[in-house]
Design a protein around this ligand. Structure first.
Ligand SMILES: [Zn+2]
Length: 236
């Protein structure tokens, strides 16, 4: 039996917010459970220091309504699908037993994003193997394979496999993104032009995906395998 509806991985704190916050807010509002796991602390970012960015990630999780957020500290700019990292990610998957896993896009602006996509995909497969042994506090962990692994679309435009209406949650999504104050507000309290451009890009992308299903805003996801439905009526 699964424990968590969605386990959302991000290479850096704020990846999940920028690309999938609307889906997360909607899931929680319908009574679902979501856990966010940041693979790094984002320490290579041009703005903000470690402690400050950790606090911002917690503030943002509170805005989303996410009760649990972990940071694995794999090293910003240094994410790879190697044995040590796969072990760490499998441990988290088996701990939270998610129905759905969200991860970065395979092709994106930051090289960590593609590496994170591969790492999480590999770990989701290995997590289902009984002989891939991991423990938590000395206790053997049961194998677990999520029903779906979906890659959210962030910086680079990628054709989505499906899009999800987030019109009701868009305002709160932007509030959660802006909780990363060090990334969006300078010491002189002015928003850098790059940050303004990023917020505009997020809005425009969500509008484009929304337009495809005749709603105001939507988030897009890529699935490497077919997406199954138990009921055709679930489609918009
Ligand atoms: Zn990132």
């Amino acid at each position: 039996m699964y424990k968590t509806d969605i386990l959302a991985f991000g290479a850096h704190p704020d990846d999940v917010e920028c690309a999938a916050a609307g889906v997360i807010i909607g899931t929680i509002q319908r009574g679902g459970t979501v856990v966010i796991v940041d693979l790094t602390k984002g320490e290579m970012g041009s703005h903000g220091v470690g402690g400050q960015r950790e606090k911002e990630a917690i503030n943002s999780a509170n805005i989303l309504g996410v009760g649990m957020r972990e940071q694995l500290d794999l090293g910003d700019g240094n994410i790879f699908s190697n044995k040590a990292n796969r072990d760490k990610v499998v441990r988290v998957i088996r701990k939270y037993r998610p129905k759905i896993v969200l991860a970065n896009a395979f092709v994106d602006r930051h090289p960590d994003h593609g590496e994170a996509a591969k790492l999480v995909k590999d770990a989701c497969f290995l997590s289902g193997l009984r002989k891939f042994s991991t423990d938590s506090g000395g206790e053997w962990q049961e194998p677990w394979r999520p029903a779906g692994v979906y890659h959210y679309i962030q910086d680079y435009f990628v054709a989505p496999s499906f899009v999800v209406d987030i019109s009701m949650h868009f305002t709160r999504k932007m509030k959660a993104i802006k909780a990363y104050r060090s990334q969006f507000v300078t010491a002189s309290d002015r928003m850098p032009s790059g940050s303004i451009a990023l917020l505009k890009q997020i809005e425009a992308t969500n509008q484009i995906f929304g337009r495809a299903i005749n709603v105001e805003y939507a988030e897009g996801f890529v699935s490497e395998s077919y997406v199954g439905l138990s009921d055709l009526q679930a489609l918009l």
